[in-house]
Each structure stands twice: as structure tokens, then as C-alpha cells.
Design a protein around this ligand. Structure first.
Ligand code: SIN
Length: 266
């Protein structure tokens, strides 16, 4: 394609806290120049929304693998086409959403934890089923210097629900303040789905501080909201964001497919 007829890339921010919609790129089979552009945009906006990306399972996993090793989940079923694609499904009769009603990042119970998740929309309800995101760099930056300094000295145990810290497949210890490997920025790295105590403290001792952080880290001012359309691909940086799927579409099917690319070992 000549430069003159190349589609124009447009970037439109979706909230002042984080997130941008990107049009004019084709993710299936994208080249290294486009991948580098997307890496830079993700570092800047933390959540990227790409409308109208009809991807095969192979395209989805191939694109995800530019951002880290695609993860095969030890406890959840993959789609038949590929062991690295999780089905994110809520049937009309289901009460709970796939992720439960918790703000979380993906796969923080592993070491190293998840880098980037890429969620592709297959069947989206006509109304509802949005995903909320919260910027954890912004959340950290809004703490006092004394509280930040205390958190820099702490680590937390991230454990898969209903599993124990002794189970290596299900539990990992991470610093509470995560330093982004590409940008060097600091973010809050605890979440209500996987963390119930700091290292060296009991759950009861940790609880008041964690409850303060869990409330603080998802304030509306730190958030963006993504409304889905079929074939949209949304990618987010698990190192610096939390997300929450709205449970407001009972009686209607919602189905997406997720690949999570893992952080590389240092
Ligand atoms: C997830 O928690 O990874 C899925 C988010 C969603 O269903 O919107």
C-alpha cells in the first residue's frame, strides 16, 4: 500500500484518567512498526480500545504474543481452538460475571505476574456489560508522601480464590508498589480479588490498610468506562490498571475471549 492511501491512525482519549480508542490500524498480522506504536500508546494510555477488529483465534494469540508469553490458565477452561484463550462468558441464566464483582488485575497470583490482557468481543448485550478501568499510577500519585513511603516497604501475598499460599501454582508475593518495567512509573499493585494480607502481617492486621487502599484505588476520578461492540479488541496494562465488569445485563448472553501476555522474568 502506498503511503498516500495508508489509513490514518486516530487516537481519541476516553477519559481524563486513562484509556484511548485507536482506529486506522489492523491488528491481524500487524508488523513491528505498528506493534511498537501500540506499545508506546499502551504505555501512555494504559487501556486501548480497537473497534472493528475481526480476529481469528490464531490472530488473537499471535498479536498478544508481541506483548509477552500467552498464559495457559491452570484452573480455568480454554476455548477448544487454543489453550491460551479463555472464554469470558456470562449466560442469560448466570448470576455472576466471569471475574466476580471485584476490581482486579489479571493473574497477579503468578510470578512474574501478567503484563497485558487482550479481550476480544464476540457477543455483546445490546445494553450493559461495560468494563470499568482504574489507573493505578494515578491512584498511587494521589497518596500522601508518608503513606507512599510506607507502601514502598511492603509486599503482599496474591492468592487465587479458595487456594492457599502454600500452593505454588496459586500464590505469589509482589511489592505493593510496582515499578513499570518500561516507563519506570510507580503504581499501586494490590487488588481485592487476590490480596488479603501483607507479608509479615496477619490478614486481620492488614485488613484496615487494605480496605483503605481498595476504596482509594477505584475512585471515579481514576476511572474510564469501555462500552463494547462485537469485534472490538480492548487491551490493558495489568501492571498499572484494575478492571471491573459490570453485572447489569441479566437474561442476556455476553461472550468475549481473553489472552493474557505475561511479564518476562527479570
Ligand atoms: C476479565 O476480568 O478479564 C474480563 C473483563 C470483562 O469481562 O469485561
Amino acid at each position: 500500500m502506498s503511503e498516500l492511501s495508508a489509513p490514518q491512525v486516530t487516537i481519541t482519549r476516553i477519559s481524563s484518567a486513562l484509556g484511548a480508542e485507536v482506529t486506522g490500524v489492523e491488528l491481524a498480522g500487524c508488523d513491528e512498526t505498528t506493534t511498537e506504536l501500540i506499545r508506546n500508546l499502551l504505555a501512555e494510555h494504559l487501556v486501548l480500545v480497537f473497534p472493528n477488529q475481526p480476529l481469528s483465534s490464531g490472530d488473537h494469540v499471535e498479536f498478544a504474543s508481541h506483548f509477552g508469553e500467552p498464559y495457559v490458565h491452570p484452573f480455568l477452561d480454554a476455548v477448544p481452538e487454543n489453550p491460551a484463550i479463555l472464554q469470558v462468558l456470562k449466560e442469560p441464566e448466570d448470576d455472576a460475571t466471569f471475574g466476580g464483582e471485584y476490581w482486579h488485575c489479571d493473574i497477579s497470583f503468578e510470578s512474574p505476574p501478567a503484563a497485558v490482557s487482550l479481550l476480544h468481543a464476540k457477543e455483546i448485550p445490546p445494553i450493559g456489560g461495560d468494563t470499568l478501568f482504574a489507573n493505578q499510577e494515578l491512584a498511587f500519585s494521589h497518596l500522601s508522601s508518608g503513606f507512599k513511603e510506607m507502601l514502598r516497604g511492603l509486599s503482599a501475598h496474591h492468592t487465587y480464590p479458595d487456594m492457599t499460599e502454600d500452593d505454588e501454582r496459586a500464590s505469589a508475593l509482589h511489592p505493593v508498589v510496582r515499578v513499570h518495567p518500561h516507563t519506570g512509573r510507580e503504581s499501586l499493585f494490590v487488588n481485592a480479588a487476590f490480596v488479603s494480607r501483607f507479608d509479615g502481617m496477619t490478614a486481620a492486621e492488614s485488613e484496615p490498610i487494605l480496605n483503605f487502599i481498595f476504596r482509594h484505588q477505584v475512585q471515579p476520578e481514576f476511572q474510564a468506562r469501555v462500552s463494547w461492540r462485537n469485534d472490538a479488541l480492548v487491551m490493558w496494562d495489568n501492571r498499572a490498571t484494575l478492571h471491573y465488569a459490570m453485572n447489569d445485563h441479566s437474561g442476556v448472553r455476553r461472550r468475549l475471549e481473553r489472552v493474557t501476555a505475561m511479564e518476562q522474568s527479570a
